[in-house]
Design a protein around this ligand. Sequence first.
Ligand code: R5P
Length: 297
Amino acid sequence: MKIIGGSASDALATKVARELGVKSGKLEIKKFPDGEKYLRVLDDVKGEDIAVIQSINRTPDEFLFEYLLLVDTLKDLGAGKVVSFIPYFAYARQDERFNPGEALSFKTVSKLIESVGTDAIYTIDMHQHRVLKSSEVFKIPSHNLSAMPLLADYVERSGNLQKPLIIGPDAEAEQWAKLAADRLHTDYDVFEKERLGSESVQIRPRKANAKDRDVLIVDDIISTGGTIVEALKILFSQGARKIDVACTHPILAGGALAKIYETGAGNVIGTDTVPSSISYVSVAPLIAEQVRKEGFR
Ligand code: R5P
């Protein structure tokens, strides 16, 4: 059995290998002077079952292409079962043609990923809005795991919030709000969100009132931070005492974190699906558990 991480997730792959008591496989990855990518598998992988770990984050096209080179090469070199862990799956939000003529990027990326021959795919809190199950997109076995219980455990250990009200900033976040609330034995609600543009959203509260409550906002992605900032404003205007924020994928594009702190958030935490300054929680145990269940040789 081998654990191999692409360059988007090499540290995470090393942590997973450590959890499993095996060594992580080694790659040589570089760019030719013209910008083309070069990838070489440095281990003997013939007959070995392999877990490939590669997020498609921040420079998504580059990391996607690297993933395609890696899995195609492993199969070509005679690897056994290749199971892909794509902790952050980019392009999932473009799952519909919002304007005439737009690319259905989610579908195209999924087709590419399947085409190189991975035997199964695992994602973590993949954005599933209109597409509700990854099996609607993938023909191979696919599983969407959640990092929310790990994030909730971290919040509990930090001891910063007393019986927090859990808030999901939009209807889709209900799944994560519920998971966190169950874990922290508390209540939850979600807001209603309307996206006005790629950086602006309008949010309206529903039933819950945050007056004199500690609050934990949970979401899958923090990208521009627009969603979290609007949710913070509503919760503070209701009289929330303090508010922490937890997300699985801290993309943190263009000053998102500063905007969130400026709006008054306390702790902001994320996982290492996207390495960042707030990646305090590792998803390595979650991935290692699934590798064990796959029964790799
Ligand atoms: C979208 O519905 C997602 O669940 C997140 O709420 C969204 O991607 C966050 O984006 P931003 O940080 O740019 O508001």
